[in-house]
Design a protein around this ligand. Structure first.
Ligand SMILES: [Zn+2]
Length: 176
C-alpha cells in the first residue's frame, strides 16, 4: 500500500478530463487500494484519480450515514468509469475538497442521481443515491471531468475564492 500525494489547486492536472479505463487489471486494483488509503489518511469521504495525478476514470468513496459518527469502511466503494444516468431535485451543501485547502462553499447540485459504473471486479453496477451520497458522487465525477467544486460557484464568488487561495499561497512562499 502506498500513500499518494494529493494535488492541490491550482495544479493544472486537476483540469484533466480523465480517460476511460479499458481493462480492470491488478494495476487498477492497486490504484484503488492506494487511493482508499490516501483518502482515509486525509480524512476525506471521496477521492478521484485525477487528484493523485492519475489520468483514469476511477473514484473511491466512503460516505458516512451520519457525518458526526464516521465508521471507516462501512460504505466504502470504488467506481470505475462512473456515469450519471439520471439526476433530479436540488440540494445545497457546504462542500470542501482535499485539493482545495481551507475553502468551503455552498454548492447547488442534484439531490438524487442514478449512477452506472463498473466495480473493481469489472461487474456493471447501477444504483440510486440521494443526499450527501449523491453530492459526493457528483463531486467526484466532476473531478474526473476536470471540474472542481469552486468551478460550480458564481463567477463573483469563484474569483473571490481564487484570490484568497492565491494570497495564501503567496504568503506560504514567503514563509520560511
Ligand atoms: Zn474534491
Amino acid at each position: 500500500m502506498t500513500l499518494l500525494g494529493i494535488l492541490k489547486y491550482p495544479d493544472p492536472f486537476l483540469k484533466t478530463k480523465a480517460k476511460k479505463v479499458e481493462s480492470i487489471d491488478d494495476g487498477i486494483r492497486a490504484l484503488i487500494r492506494d487511493m482508499t488509503e490516501t483518502m482515509y489518511q486525509a480524512r476525506g469521504i471521496g477521492l478521484a484519480a485525477t487528484q493523485v495525478g492519475v489520468d483514469k476514470r476511477v473514484v473511491v468513496l466512503d460516505v458516512p450515514d451520519d457525518e458526526e459518527r464516521r465508521e471507516r469502511g462501512k460504505n466504502l466503494m470504488a467506481l470505475i468509469n462512473p456515469e450519471i444516468l439520471e439526476s433530479s431535485g436540488s440540494i445545497k451543501y457546504e462542500e470542501g475538497c482535499l485539493s482545495v485547502q481551507g475553502i468551503n462553499a455552498d454548492v447547488e447540485r442534484a439531490s438524487n442521481v442514478k449512477i452506472r459504473a463498473l466495480d473493481r471486479e469489472g461487474n456493471a453496477i447501477e444504483f440510486e443515491a440521494e443526499g450527501l451520497f449523491a453530492i459526493a458522487l457528483q463531486h467526484e465525477i466532476d473531478h474526473i471531468d476536470g471540474i472542481l467544486f469552486i468551478d460550480r460557484l458564481s463567477p463573483l464568488k469563484r474569483d473571490m475564492i481564487k484570490r484568497k487561495i492565491k494570497k495564501a499561497l503567496e504568503a506560504e512562499e514567503r514563509a520560511l
